[in-house]
Design a protein around this ligand. Structure first.
Ligand code: 6R9
Length: 650
């Protein structure tokens, strides 16, 4: 059983001495940030270089029907200038990005701020030459290569809005995103090597573009040199073109509230939504959290092991670290290739000081034994972090003992694509940690625990309910791309006056927050967010499928696995072949991450008389927990449940 209130692990005295923030300073700064946000953020906003300084700090409204979020609204800045140009005076020759390739024997790159400046300028000039203008959307579908960062920063430099699509998504998923944001151009590579295998990104893009406007241009980074088809007048060889354009490109002054990027993320209903982040507030929040949450100091080597296709890669590989003039490590590979010591070898090789990964990676490596860790020198490490899902105490303890050698602070950071940066997290010099708790709010964040039924704030220190946020913070998403109503409905309509996170949580006697997972129909599989609705609609798009219901179930390594109940068309017979076909189908409709772990044939699904699928029951069956199915009397046909249980057992 989980200890409900374990003994906290305080930071060591040595750590506290050198930390940016100790416990007293955290308290004082936090107090100041919530009692007078205008003054606090007005001051903190000066961390960025502004072309025209702001005079207004915060104008935000969470009222349903008029939700409006603006920070530093009359300020003018450029994100790329903040991430690159302003560092050239003092750190032009410092490494900005260390790139570690998939193959350990291939050469790692050390890209200085000076080089980054030139690459990004050239990339920006290529975009301009293709007619990309301020405000245009550019989809980026790339492996974890430096060009991904160049492309993002090049967009920021000229005021274009990027939308990075994870390279694991299928052509269909890519096409949906290109069409949803009406992108003018897509940037891809020939192939994406990962764990010794190659994903054919260019041919995926070719397939996607068949479903898009023929005006969409395609920039191709020749990375592996793999064979690709080439469509004249549409495809452009980026690297070759970068050589021919000017090495400098002026930055475009942007309003603080101009969009910086759109990033698609799954919700409980419908297709993924385009989360919109803007230039000023987002950049400030990403850079402050990178500095304080990881206690980043000048000269440190910072490694966030996420992919740039997710928000974690946006905020903690590219924007946060580079805004702080940090050295950020970008890794093309996976933790288990060529073997389970790869992470630890990379840490040793590049003398990484802060390391940030997901519980699912820790669990996978934990299962491989400690000999893979023991042969590596991890003495450079100062802070460890986790993100993406609740971390179970076993994984926390393994991370602490084997990677942190019992001495390093672990920051368990709770946040979301929507929040732009960390929301609830320990600060390593300030917060005693408890395995499994994200602990306390970051500056300016006012979490509340709401009673899920009444929507009232639970005011006692100890509380259990749903997690919401009471007031805005600069990194908050501003809207859903092209659908502000959906933004309001998703986040502000269930609990009036609050931003609703979709997560459940518990607050303990010390005021620490423990995230208990999603309370909606969003799955968290290996830290990847997916809507059950998306997977269901992929399944029912198959010719043999009449109906489908998808739920999550506990999975030892992935956190959650995908369990699909499938009702076939009358003329179809269940078979192993069909099962395989459906798995393949979902892979092509969405991507490999959405492949169901288990498909159960369901002659009928449990529904209420009004036709609503009772997922509560399906979840219990998937979990093998038949004792607590609850009330089934409201079902239109209760016998369906017995059928499902009988089949589950067989
Ligand atoms: C950054 C990111 C967001 C959802 C979120 C929650 C889960 C993230 C967590 C965590 C417990 C943590 N989540 N961090 N749960 N502890 N430290 O992951 O963004 O992909 O949008 O997912 O992930 O359920 O609501 P995103």
């Amino acid at each position: 059983m989980l200890d409900e209130n374990p003994k906290p692990y305080p930071p060591s005295d040595d750590f506290v001495k050198n930390a940016h923030v100790d416990a007293d300073r955290y308290k004082a700064m936090y107090e100041a940030s919530v009692s007078d946000p205008e003054t606090f953020w007005g001051e903190e906003g000066k961390r960025l270089d502004w072309i025209t300084p702001y005079t207004k700090v915060k104008s935000t409204d969470f009222t349903l029907g008029q939700v409006d979020i603006k920070w530093f609204e009359d300020g003018v800045l450029n994100v790329a200038a903040n991430c690159i140009d302003r560092h050239l005076k003092d750190r032009a020759d410092q490494t900005a990005i260390i790139w570690e390739p998939d193959e350990p024997d291939a050469e790692a790159l050390h890209i200085t701020y000076r080089e980054l400046h030139e690459k990004v300028c050239r990339f920006a000039n290529v975009l301009l030459s293709q007619g990309v203008m301020r405000g245009d959307r550019v989809v980026i579908y790339l492996p974890m290569i430096p060009e991904a960062a160049y492309a993002m920063l090049a967009c920021a430099r000229i005021g274009a809005v990027h939308s990075v699509v994870f390279a694991g998504f299928s052509p269909d998923a890519l096409a949906n995103r290109i069409n949803n944001c009406d992108a003018k151009l897509v940037i891809t590579a020939d192939e994406a090597p990962r764990g010794g295998r190659k994903t054919p990104l260019k041919s995926n893009t070719d397939a996607a573009l068949l479903h898009c406007s023929d005006k969409v241009r395609c920039l191709v980074v020749k990375h592996t040199g793999g064979q690709t088809t080439w469509i004249e007048n549409r495809d452009v060889d980026v690297k070759a073109m970068m050589e021919t354009v000017a090495p400098d490109c002026p930055v475009r002054p942007m309003g603080a509230e101009d969009p910086l990027f759109v990033l698609y993320t799954s919700g409980s209903t419908g297709q993924p939504k385009g989360v919109v982040h803007t230039c000023g507030g987002y950049l400030l929040y990403a850079s402050m959290t990178q500095k304080f949450t990881f206690d980043y100091h000048d000269g440190d080597v910072f490694w966030c092991g996420a992919d740039v296709g997710w928000v974690t890669g946006h905020s903690y590989i590219v924007y946060g670290p580079l805004a702080n003039g940090a050295t950020s490590l970008m890794f093309e590979g996976v933790p288990t290739y060529p073997d389970a010591s790869r992470f630890w070898q990379v840490i040793e090789k590049h003398k990484v000081n802060q390391f940030y990964t997901a519980p699912t990676a820790i669990r996978a490596l934990m299962g491989q034994g400690t000999e893979f860790v023991e042969k590596c020198d991890l003495s450079s490490l100062k802070v460890l972090g986790t993100v993406g899902e609740p971390i179970n105490p076993e994984a926390w303890n393994w991370y602490n003992e084997n990677i942190g050698k019992g001495k390093l602070p672990i920051v368990d950071t709770w946040w979301q694509t929507e929040t732009g940066g960390h929301m609830i997290t320990p600060l390593p010099g300030a917060t005693p940690t408890k395995p499994g708790s994200a602990t306390l709010p970051f500056f300016g964040v006012q979490p509340v625990v709401l009673d899920p039924q009444s929507g009232d704030e639970i005011e006692t220190v100890e509380a259990e309910g749903v997690l919401a946020i009471k007031d805005s913070w600069p990194g908050q998403m501003r809207t859903v791309y092209g659908d502000h109503e959906r933004f309001e409905k998703t986040y502000f309509s269930d609990y009036k006056g609050y931003y609703f996170s979709g997560d459940g949580c518990r607050r303990d006697a010390d005021g620490y927050y423990w995230i208990t997972g999603r309370v909606d129909d969003v799955l968290n599989v290996s830290g990847h967010r997916m809507g059950t609705a998306e997977i269901e609609s992929a399944l029912v798009a198959h010719i043999a499928v009449a109906e489908a219901a998808v739920v999550g179930y506990p999975h030892e390594i992935k956190g959650q696995g995908i369990y699909a109940y499938v009702t076939l068309m009358n003329d179809q017979e269940p078979s192993d072949e069909l099962r395989k076909d459906l798995e393949k189908w979902v892979r092509t409709e969405i991507g490999p991450i959405a492949k169901p772990d288990h498909i159960q044939w369901a002659p009928g699904l449990p529904k209420t008389r009004s036709g609503k699928i009772m997922r509560r029951i399906l979840r219990k069956i998937a979990e093998n927990d038949y004792g607590s199915l609850g009330d089934t009397s409201t079902l239109a046909d209760p016998s369906v449940v017995d059928d499902l249980i009988a089949n589950r057992k067989s």
